[in-house]
Structures are given as structure tokens and as C-alpha cells.
Design a protein around this ligand. Structure first.
Ligand code: SIN
Length: 491
């Protein structure tokens, strides 16, 4: 896919530090490739600890003035940024599809999804209320203020190159924090374009800074921020092992953390569910972004009495999904992000089949002549808990279907994982709906609904899926601390 942008300036090739776009101090470059073909089409700085400290310096310098700016003014900046993101939606979608691979229609959807967080937090910036507490003692006034936590570091994943960074930066800026950001090594260009648009929107120099780095240099960048006592919070979306590393290493300076980590979402279809609706919900949640989302169903449990019907209908729908490059208008599933992603999918399917599962559609690589990372959307049946894909996140277009016959058993199986991000179930029994929703150990539950994400809702997990929330007023709280003022001598 050639990069044909309406506004060439959106293709940024440097780090944004203060009011400058700079190369990495050592001059190293990181190639950026298109996952559809593996062809390198751009490069960005391969930064290290020195660059990380330079952006931290810029963010710290800018913090007092940004924090002191009236919330109304910060909101205006965010509103202008939102308008620019929407105005450049086509270019941003092209950038997303070229570096991440998802079909253009989905990329456009991601731009609007990411933009919705910017708009939401622009509107919330002016509502960061505190409290007046009735004093227990005469002559005292007790007041609670909300203040920005300070400069923060945002470390973001490749699966949603725009939405994930937007939903971290927007609440941070709304709260009055300044930001240092590092996008995933596979998808730096969308994030750089977003920062460029924020500058165009009038976000002052040093308030929003970004460095790019390779997989090899990322630990040095992140360690520099972990050790820097001026960085008061880290917000991270990615794997549970990395999240645990951040939790351990940030203890030295007791930073606030928001960790949106791995998932292993169950999707349960009860015998009283509307089967057609449950299949619609599963298609939407499982195959979005080619199955490369933390919240997509990883274990699908279908009641014995409707199993065969469900499998037949699902197989037909999945077999009809068009796999292809972002540029083919009928594409529903793009390439996987890289060779490692495809290898994991193959390993999970091979393991499941060796242990007795059967493939009803897909199961193989496809379009090998067009590129190395295409994989056919797959349905696996007769799946059992001893298979690797029941305890590891596949992160690909594979729908493994387990059979169950009792509500208590399926809840026990659904909860039998260290992860707790999202869960879904379909049922028409109102008593069951409340019982099951409360019994599921996850931060998010989709009830007769597969599309759960929204800028107005708190997104995040429990157990080893992390802590902290993104989106909604809870997401804004996470960038602020609470200060109590106790004033005496008032009588
Ligand atoms: C994720 O995969 O981490 C986020 C998906 C979403 O926002 O729906």
C-alpha cells in the first residue's frame, strides 16, 4: 500500500520534544514496515535513555503552566484537536492501515473511536469537581480539591495505533498533566501524526512529547521514566508480564499506575439466548481487528442443546469473511501484525487439533502470494480446557467453541483464568442475567452485546488484567489526586 496522504505534513519522522521535532540523539533509525507485505516504507528515530530524559525534562518544564491553565482553556485545546483529527480522518486511517494492516473501513472507525475520547475528555475537563465536606468542628472549613498528578508517561500498543494513545493523552491533558509518550515499535507513525495535530490545535510546547524506539531500545526508554521521580504516573496497555515489570519497577518512586493488560475473554451462549443475535455479537467482537484485541472472546462456551445449530451458523458466517489487504474494499480481515503473531495462531491450532479439536472452517495461512501474514478466520469445535488456547490469549481470528451443560460449571470455567478483562454472555432470562453478570470475575461484561467499548464507559480489568480505568469520569480520576484543605480560625 503506498502512502498517499492529502496532507504530507502528517507523515512525521522525528521525536517531538518541547517545541522541536528531533532525531534520536544517537541518530539511530527504526524502520517501519507494512504488515501486508513486510515492505519498509518509512523510518522513525530509534530513541534511547538520553532521548527519554530529554522528553521528561520538557514535560516537567511545561507542567506548572499547563496545570495552572483554567480547565476551560485546556478544554478548548482538546476541542480543536478533536476537530483536526476528524478533519484528517482519511489520512489518519491511511496511516493506521499502512502500518497496522487493518481494513481501511475499520481504520476510519478507529479514528472516530479515538476522536470520541478526545471530545469526551474536552467536555469533562471543566467538570473535575472537588467537594466541600461539612466540618466536624466549629470554625473550620474542609475542602477537597482535585489536582493533576504531574507529568505522566503513556506506553501504547500496536493493535489500535490511534485510539489507545488518544484515550490516554486526552484525559491526561484534560486533568492538567503533561505527557511523555512512546508508541509501539510496529506502529509509531499514527501516534506521531496525532501529536503533530495536537500541536496544530495549540497544545503548548512541552505539554505533549513523544519518542519512538525499537523493541531493543524500549526497555532503556521505559527504565529512564521508571527511575525518574518527576514522572508521577505510568499508563500502559500491553502484556501482563510487562505490566508486572512496570508495577515492580515503579515501586521505587511509588508512581500511580494504570495497567490495561492481557485478557482471555469468555463468551457464553445459554440455551435461552437468541442464537442469531449471539452470532452477530460474536462476529463483531471476535473478528474486529482480525481478533487482535484484548477484549475479544478467546473462549466461546455454547450450551449443549444449541451447540450444533450455533456451530453450523457461525461456520457459514466465518467462511464468508473476506481476507485481504486494507486497500481491497471488501476486506474484513487484514494481515496479522507480524510473523510472531501468525506463529502463535498456528501453534494454538496445532495444539488444539492434536488434542482432539476439529476445524470447521479456516485453519491455514492464506494469500501467501500477496504477503506473509494472512491467516484464514477459523472455527474450532470440540475444544477442551487442556488446550493451550484455553489459557493463553490467541490474539488472532480463531473462534474456539467449548460445549457446556450447566450454568454453575460454565461460570467456574469462565472464571478459571488469572485474567479478568471482559466477558460476554447471551441469555433472555432476567434472573440469570443478573446472577451471571455478578458472578463473572471481569472488569467489563457484555450482556446480549458484543460491542462494549465506549468513551463514556470505564474500560479496564481485574485480576491479572490490570487496574485503573480508561474512558468515562473514572478514566479522568486516574490522572488526578485528591487534596484535602483544612482551614481553621473561621469563628
Ligand atoms: C484493546 O484491545 O486493548 C482495546 C480494545 C477496545 O478499545 O475496544
Amino acid at each position: 500500500m503506498t502512502l498517499n496522504l492529502n496532507e504530507a505534513a502528517l507523515l512525521r519522522r522525528h521525536n517531538a520534544i518541547g517545541n522541536e521535532w528531533r532525531d534520536a540523539h544517537a541518530g539511530a533509525r527504526l524502520p517501519v514496515s507494512n504488515p501486508a507485505t513486510d515492505d519498509v516504507f518509512a523510518s522513525v528515530p530509534d530513541s534511547d535513555a538520553i532521548d527519554a530524559r530529554a522528553v521528561a525534562d520538557a514535560a516537567c518544564l511545561a507542567f506548572p503552566a499547563w496545570a495552572a491553565l483554567p480547565a476551560h482553556n485546556r478544554a478548548q485545546c482538546l476541542k480543536r484537536w478533536h476537530a483536526l483529527i476528524v478533519a484528517h480522518a482519511d489520512d489518519l486511517a491511511t496511516l493506521i492501515s499502512t502500518e497496522q494492516g487493518k481494513p481501511l473501513k475499520e481504520s476510519r472507525g478507529e479514528v472516530m473511536y479515538g476522536a470520541s475520547y478526545v471530545e469526551w475528555f474536552a467536555e469533562e475537563a471543566v467538570r473535575t469537581y472537588g467537594d466541600i465536606v461539612p466540618a466536624a468542628v466549629a470554625g473550620r472549613r474542609m475542602t477537597v480539591l482535585k489536582e493533576p498528578v504531574g507529568p505522566i508517561a503513556a506506553i501504547t500498543p500496536w493493535n489500535f495505533p490511534l485510539a489507545m494513545i488518544a484515550r490516554k493523552i486526552a484525559p491526561a491533558l484534560a486533568a492538567g498533566c503533561t505527557v511523555v509518550a512512546k508508541p509501539a515499535e510496529d506502529t509509531p507513525l499514527t501516534a506521531l501524526a496525532l501529536v503533530y495535530l495536537a500541536q496544530q490545535a495549540g497544545v503548548p510546547a512541552g505539554v505533549l512529547n513523544i519518542v519512538t524506539a525499537s523493541r531493543e531500545h524500549t526497555p532503556a526508554v521505559v527504565d529512564a521514566w521508571l527511575q525518574d521521580s518527576r514522572i508521577r504516573k505510568i499508563t500502559f496497555t500491553g502484556s501482563t508480564p510487562v505490566g508486572k515489570h512496570l508495577a515492580r519497577e515503579s515501586a521505587g518512586t511509588l508512581k500511580k499506575l494504570s495497567l490495561e493488560l492481557g485478557g482471555n475473554a469468555p463468551f457464553i451462549v445459554f440455551e435461552d439466548a437468541e442464537i442469531a443475535a449471539s452470532i452477530d455479537g460474536l462476529m463483531a467482537s471476535k473478528f474486529r481487528n482480525g481478533g487482535q484485541t484484548c477484549v475479544c472472546p478467546n473462549r466461546i462456551y455454547v450450551h449443549d442443546s444449541v451447540y450444533d445449530d450455533f456451530v453450523a451458523q457461525l461456520t457459514q458466517r466465518v467462511a464468508a469473511l473476506h481476507v485481504g489487504p486494507a486497500t481491497e474494499s471488501e476486506s474484513m480481515i487484514g494481515p496479522m501484525i507480524n510473523a510472531r503473531a501468525v506463529e502463535k495462531i498456528v501453534r494454538h491450532i496445532d495444539d488444539a487439533v492434536a488434542r482432539g479439536a476439529r476445524v470447521t472452517t479456516g485453519g491455514t495461512r492464506v494469500r501467501a502470494n500477496d504477503g506473509p501474514h494472512y491467516f484464514a478466520p477459523t472455527v474450532l469445535i470440540d475444544v477442551t480446557p487442556d488446550m493451550a488456547l484455553s489459557c493463553e490469549e490467541t490474539f488472532g481470528p480463531v473462534a474456539p467453541i467449548f460445549r457446556f451443560s450447566s450454568e454453575a460449571d460454565v461460570i467456574a470455567q469462565a472464571n478459571d483464568t488469572p485474567f479478568g478483562l471482559a466477558a460476554y454472555f447471551y441469555s433472555n432470562d432476567v434472573k440469570r442475567i443478573w446472577r451471571v453478570a455478578q458472578a463473572l470475575e471481569t472488569g467489563i461484561v457484555g450482556i446480549n452485546e458484543g460491542a462494549i467499548a465506549s468513551e463514556a464507559a470505564p474500560f479496564g480489568g481485574v485480576k491479572e488484567s490490570g487496574y485503573g480505568r480508561e474512558g468515562s469520569r473514572y478514566g479522568l480520576e486516574d490522572y488526578m489526586h485528591t487534596k484535602y484543605l483544612c482551614q481553621g480560625l473561621l469563628d
